[in-house]
Design a protein around this ligand. Structure first.
Ligand code: GLC
Length: 471
């Protein structure tokens, strides 16, 4: 497997982004294909129940926080890619103080943003854990001035605000000497992709060491599953070994025993509950449940020099596009080593909150809207499919139009605004093709980020799909 295999598809410029996106993209493609090929290990109704909150949630906040949060280099990749030495990278632990860590404020901010869940890095690829794991000294309590478990207060604060708890966990662990002990099945040792000493065995392979690593991996997962009972375990870093080497099939069963209601993302080979496209918006709606993970600027963790922040409007658009295709947005922020959240992240979350709260009915609990071409913007539908929400990213020039609606229209209005005049014009009844629904939208009703128009229908939406006879 080449680390650059998918580079042409990376939507982000520069080496740093390509190196992050490539393995994850590959993981996504593999996962996506396999999710369809093999249903999850539990019976379908139980899985649907476990996934219900996730499908309705629409917005989550991703938190990359660890010893890299000093802001001078990327999370874990900095030493893997040789930007710094392993020793210098790990020495950053001495500035990981968590002295301004106020999880209650975090949770309130996430709620204000309109998020229904959050996912924090309990352990990134560097192997440094934020909880006081008994299985390694590399953790916030034993290995940094923070001097305590940081995961318990995070879980408590989120739950107090009614938010679901997610924990990110890196399968691979570039600090564990037993990790780089066995190559992926069929890998060719002379391939340059397998020369990184942190990821692959140097010299002879050692199956005994790999066995020890799996015991450690399971041990840490058991700790966080039983202790924190996360609603969501967000795996990453499965790409360096095969599903069989990881024994993911067995792991999925174990996870359900340790934490029966927990769901998992699609980065434990083919055994996840949903797909995780990363940093790019899918062009067509994925068929299985999904969540886009994307950063507020270009970095997962805090990086002093990264000023390439997205605007509130751009984040609103990402969120609306995800919801319009039936997915969620997991928007990533990077707190500093002391636990404070940079002002730019706070501003984006607050701005997003203004929009999400006003348009809650169009967002939470909605399902994917109508296909592109019927309306030029994102759309969502109520679960009963009798209310259609049109999300206008561009300023309507007096009117917006939507095609293909066979139902009678009962009422059109702006969400959080006035009732709107509308009428269908044209159509070819002899071909069963309805007219275009034209809706008048006055300037005064526009939202500064994205105006949402509510179309109430008589009965569940019936969409025209084309003339019923050849023309
Ligand atoms: C990639 C990166 C990792 C980041 C993750 C978030 O897999 O390897 O650094 O945590 O994306 O999805």
């Amino acid at each position: 497997m080449s680390m650059n295999a998918n580079q042409p598809f990376s939507p982000l410029p520069g080496r740093a982004c390509a190196r992050l996106a490539a393995p994850a993209l590959l993981a996504f493609l593999l996962t996506g294909a396999c999710l369809r090929a093999e249903p999850a290990t539990q019976a379908a109704p139980a899985q649907a129940d476990r996934m219900a909150w996730f499908r309705d949630a629409k917005l989550g906040i991703f938190i990359h926080w660890g010893i890299y949060s000093k802001g001078v280099g990327s999370e874990s990749w900095a030493f893997h890619d040789g930007d710094t030495t392993y020793e210098d990278y790990m020495a950053q632990a001495s500035s990981f103080t968590a002295s301004n860590y106020h999880p209650d404020e975090w949770a309130r901010l996430f709620k204000e943003a309109g998020a229904r869940y959050a996912v924090m890095t309990s352990k990134h690829h560097d192997g440094f854990a934020l909880w006081d794991t008994k299985l390694s000294k590399l953790n916030a309590k034993d290995g940094s001035p923070a001097g305590r478990d940081l995961v318990t207060p995070y879980c408590e604060a989120l739950r107090k605000e009614g938010l679901r708890v997610g924990l990110y966990f890196s399968n691979l662990d570039w600090s564990n000497p037993d990790y780089a002990s066995i190559l992926p099945t069929g890998a060719n040792r002379s391939d340059p992709a397998y020369r990184n000493r942190f990821g692959y065995p140097q010299g002879a392979e050692n199956p005994e060491a790999w066995k020890r690593f799996l015991a450690f991996h399971r041990g840490q997962l058991r700790e966080i599953s039983e202790r924190f009972k996360p609603d969501l375990l967000w795996f990453d870093g499965d790409w360096e070994r095969t599903d069989e080497q990881w024994q993911f099939k067995e792991l999925r069963q174990q996870l359900l025993q340790w934490n029966p209601n927990g769901i998992v993302n699609g980065r434990i080979g083919k055994y996840g509950d949903y797909q995780t496209p990363e940093q790019y918006m899918p062009l067509v709606a994925p068929q299985s449940p999904w969540e886009l993970c994307a950063t507020v600027n270009d970095s997962w963790g805090y990086q002093i020099k990264d000023r390439n922040f997205k605007s509130v409007r751009q984040c609103v658009r990402m969120l609306a596009e995800c919801a319009g295709m039936g997915g969620n947005l997991l928007l990533d922020i990077g707190p500093r080593s002391d636990g404070s959240i940079p002002d730019e992240d706070v501003a984006v979350l607050r701005g997003l909150g203004r929009w999400t709260h006003k348009h809650a009915e169009a967002l939470y609990g909605s399902v994917a809207g109508i296909p592109a071409g019927y309306f030029y913007g994102a759309t969502t539908l109520s679960k009963g499919r009798d209310t259609l929400y049109l999300i206008c990213f561009d300023r309507p020039n007096g009117q917006v139009a939507v095609k293909g609606i066979m139902n009678d229209v009962l009422r059109t209005s702006v969400v959080g605004g006035p009732v709107l005049a509308s009428r269908k014009i044209g159509g070819a009844p002899w071909l069963n093709m309805p007219g275009v629904l034209w809706i008048d939208v006055p300037e005064s009703a526009l939202d500064p980020d994205a105006t949402v128009i509510k179309v109430e229908l008589k009965g569940p939406l019936i969409l025209a799909t084309g003339p019923v006879r050849k023309v």
